[in-house]
Design a protein around this ligand. Structure first.
Ligand SMILES: Nc1ncnc2c1ncn2[C@@H]1O[C@H](COP(=O)(O)OP(=O)(O)OP(=O)(O)O)[C@@H](O)[C@H]1O
Length: 236
């Protein structure tokens, strides 16, 4: 693993408890810091499972999943939670915003249990709230909209709030799980552009998961899960 590596999988093998066959068997996958990678795969092929292993939500065996130089299986649950809070911004398909908090409050939540994010924010000029408002503005939300409760925003605006929350405090890795499936194609292209700009500005790695092949041209690298996964018995 080089110093510039963000994610490295080695002989990853994963099987859900009770399943009769392994879901994932990936000999090797390496994603460098700052890379923007599309991960594509059929429904049920194991994309979300793979993301949960990279985010440390579910656990692989020792030496199989390294994130930012750390072997996730060798960290305690608490250390994994801390690494995730500090260094991984997760954008969910269904946004997972708190509906009655304003957009800016939703964004600021990302720093709540993430001391490294707070430290990085402290190096910038402005209060955390001002910085959250700035980020929302960069992603296309006016100050007026940023102060509205999340449930009053359009789907496209909510998706930008979810992206801002993931990016707030500059984590090293953004994981986006089907983040554009609720958007029409114009909003989708625009959302990808603003997400790229934000990642590029801070050398952030982006792992973007979709089953929509038409998005591949946006990315410097596209990985087909079916091509790197040697598990048999995968339901596709
Ligand atoms: N918590 C779990 N416990 C047991 N099996 C699970 C669990 N989560 C997912 N699976 C199984 O793992 C397989 C892959 O699911 P996963 O959600 O990773 O696929 P996916 O590629 O993300 O699919 P989609 O594109 O439809 O979201 C499925 O057969 C699913 O039933």
């Amino acid at each position: 693993m080089t110093q510039g590596t963000c994610i490295e999988l080695r002989q990853l093998a994963f099987q859900w408890p009770g399943a009769s066959t392994p879901l994932l068997q990936i000999p090797h996958l390496q994603i460098e810091r700052g890379e923007r990678v599309l991960l594509r795969g059929a429904s049920g092929s194991g994309k979300s499972t793979l993301l949960s292993l990279i985010a440390g939500v579910h656990q692989a065996k020792p030496n199989q999943v390294q994130v930012l130089g750390q072997d996730l299986a060798k960290l305690s649950q608490r250390q994994r939670d801390r690494l995730r809070a500090n260094e991984i911004g997760y954008i969910f398909q269904q946004f997972n915003l708190l509906p009655y908090l304003s957009a800016v409050q939703n964004v600021m939540l990302a720093a709540k249990f993430a001391p490294a994010r707070v430290q990085r924010l402290a190096k910038a000029t402005g209060t955390p709230r001002e910085l959250a408002l700035q980020l929302l503005q960069q992603l296309g939300l006016s100050e007026q909209d940023s102060l509205r409760p999340a449930h009053q925003l359009s789907v496209g605006q909510q998706q930008r709030v979810a992206a801002a929350r993931a990016l707030f405090g500059h984590p090293a890795l953004i994981i986006a799980d089907e983040p554009t499936s609720a958007l029409d194609s114009d909003h989708r292209d625009n959302f990808i552009e603003v997400l790229f700009d934000a990642c590029q500005a801070h050398g952030t790695t982006l792992l973007f998961v979709t089953h929509d092949g038409s998005l591949a041209h946006h990315f410097e690298r596209a990985i087909e899960l079916g091509e790197i996964n040697q598990a048999t018995g995968v339901q596709q």
